[in-house]
Design a protein around this ligand. Structure first.
Ligand SMILES: Cc1cc2nc3c(=O)[nH]c(=O)nc-3n(C[C@H](O)[C@H](O)[C@H](O)COP(=O)(O)OP(=O)(O)OC[C@H]3O[C@@H](n4cnc5c(N)ncnc54)[C@H](O)[C@@H]3O)c2cc1C
Length: 470
């Protein structure tokens, strides 16, 4: 896009007129806090301004003003992303949605909620729970990431094995397009097939097609308190075999997570407790069933039997919420536990569920090759693994080796028939990997959609695709 030379002063005046002084920040000490997300490898620039609209009309004003001055917009929720998708580029306006944080409606009879994009995931979950309802998407960052960010990354989480990813819970959205017009997509009904599925197009588009200003979300009845099973394996292959057999048996737990030996050791040291894995466990599976009563008991008993047959050295099932909660806390604590050893760089790769063990073995090889600790933790139920590399952020050499490990893990995942991202997205860190995965025709189709909806490249340029199409 071509930037108007007089843009900064004139645009600043216009933005202040639309949003008020409190809605526009140009102080570099403040704006630098909005220049990047949580992915250390992704490039980032210096924004010209950061704006905090409170209404869709204000978003429209910002979009129109930026379009006229040729200044790109990077939409942003909480900045918890792990792909650099919300990273600023030089001279852009970062549009932060956190002040658009109202839950506009909970329609319990039709099991839906209408929300603004800045609502924090956990706040929505808590609000609908009061109506006996459940919003399933549960990224581990759920206590600070926003619904707008979740939609734009098509976020996953721990419960995807049973309830799917974010897109499976979205009925419709309201989005401000590059010309400032408001597009409403989707429906409030359970079914509906009118027209192209534009809702699904925007979900996962990483802020490259427009700014989501409202979402209509499908809710489910609140599940029963879960029962929890933990199984320890002496060999990674046996844990992988157990996952395969659970899937083959047609069992659908509400959660099935895997931790490798590096993750187990880190969490045990961090929490100063034993996870019941016994000494030298190579992998731990944590499963839950939220089917309730006898159904849950039967489901977990079947998984217990399968784990035993696959070679588990220890299997334990509990219906005590405190004990189950403790095991889940341990799973969620992996990244924090790794901070004792250095900075973490978490990868995101999804492989067929039959090949999880091979990915973990590949990560062990890569760890030895680069000489850095790699902990593998992930959503075994859907094959989405997060190998996490630990490095010393003050060492350029270790940083370079961490970057190499990051790419080698993606290559290993692809070689196993996987995809380069299961939930974190492409952002500014995996653009080349997207091109490799979808091929030239796929890239052309993506670019055609982008230029149809955003011909001047106003939204999040450089995310998902390189700026230069050549
Ligand atoms: C500790 C930790 C654990 C995590 N666990 C998970 C996990 O289990 N599963 C998972 O999927 N992710 C996980 N993440 C990644 C991250 O939390 C998710 O990607 C989340 O969806 C990002 O939400 P956000 O509000 O922080 O969005 P941001 O990071 O601010 O933005 C993400 C993307 O959405 C775009 N965007 C944001 N709001 C809008 C809007 N209103 N309109 C258009 N575009 C918009 C941005 O431009 C950017 O492209 C984790 C991150 C951390 C730090």
């Amino acid at each position: 896009m071509t930037t108007d030379a007089a843009a900064p002063a004139a645009l600043s005046t216009r933005l202040r007129a639309a949003l008020g002084d409190g809605g526009v920040q140009v102080d570099p000490d403040v704006t630098s806090g909005y220049s990047r997300d949580m992915m250390p490898l992704a490039p980032f620039g210096t924004p010209f301004a950061v704006v905090f609209p409170e209404t869709a009309e204000q978003v429209q004003e910002v979009v129109r003003a930026c379009a006229e001055h040729g200044v790109p917009i990077v939409p942003r929720g909480a900045g918890s992303g792990l792909s650099g998708a919300a990273n600023a580029i030089d001279g852009c306006v970062v549009l932060v949605t956190t002040r658009m944080n109202r839950i506009l409606e909970v329609d319990a009879d039709n099991r839906l909620a209408v929300v603004e994009p800045g609502v924090v995931n956990l706040d929505l979950r808590t609000a609908v729970e009061k109506h006996g309802l459940f919003y399933p998407p549960d990224p581990s960052s759920y206590d600070w990431c926003t619904i707008g960010g979740n939609l734009s990354t098509n976020a996953g989480g721990l419960c995807c094995v049973k309830y799917g990813v974010t897109t499976d819970s979205v009925l419709g959205i309201e989005v401000v397009l590059a010309d400032g017009e408001l597009l409403r997509t989707g429906r409030r009904t359970v079914k509906g097939v009118a027209g192209y599925d534009l809702t699904k197009l925007f979900v996962g588009s990483e802020g490259t097609l427009g700014v989501i200003t409202q979402a209509t979300l499908a809710l489910r009845p609140l599940p029963q308190a879960p029962g929890t099973l933990v199984a320890a394996f002496g060999a990674v292959g046996a844990a992988g075999e157990a996952v395969t057999r659970v899937v083959r048996a047609g069992l659908v737990p509400s959660l099935m997570e895997i931790m490798d030996s590096v993750s187990i050791a880190a969490v045990e040291a961090h929490l100063k407790t034993e996870l019941g894995a016994g000494k030298g466990a190579a992998a731990l599976l944590i499963c839950q069933s939220d089917s309730g009563g006898e159904a849950a008991r039967a489901e977990l008993a079947a998984i217990e039997r399968i784990c035993g047959e696959a070679g588990a050295e220890l299997v334990h099932t509990t219906f005590d919420p405190a004990e189950g909660g403790m095991l889940l806390t341990a799973r969620r604590a992996v990244l924090m536990a790794l901070e004792v050893y250095g900075a973490w760089l978490t990868d995101d790769v999804c492989v067929p569920r039959t090949r999880i063990a091979e990915l973990i073995v590949a990560c062990e090889r890569i760890s030895a090759e680069v000489g850095l600790r790699v902990a593998v933790v992930g959503h075994a139920g859907d094959g989405n693994m997060h190998p996490t590399i630990v490095y010393d952020p003050t060492s350029a050499d270790e940083f370079a080796r961490a970057r190499r490990a990051f790419d080698d893990i993606l290559a290993a995942g692809v070689a196993l028939g996987g995809t380069v991202t299961g939930e974190h997205g492409i952002g500014k860190v995996k653009r080349e990997w997207l091109a490799r995965e979808i091929g030239p025709v796929g890239v052309r189709a993506h670019r055609a959609i982008k230029s149809a909806l955003d011909p001047a490249g106003l939204f999040n340029p450089g995310s998902m695709f390189a700026l230069d199409p050549s």
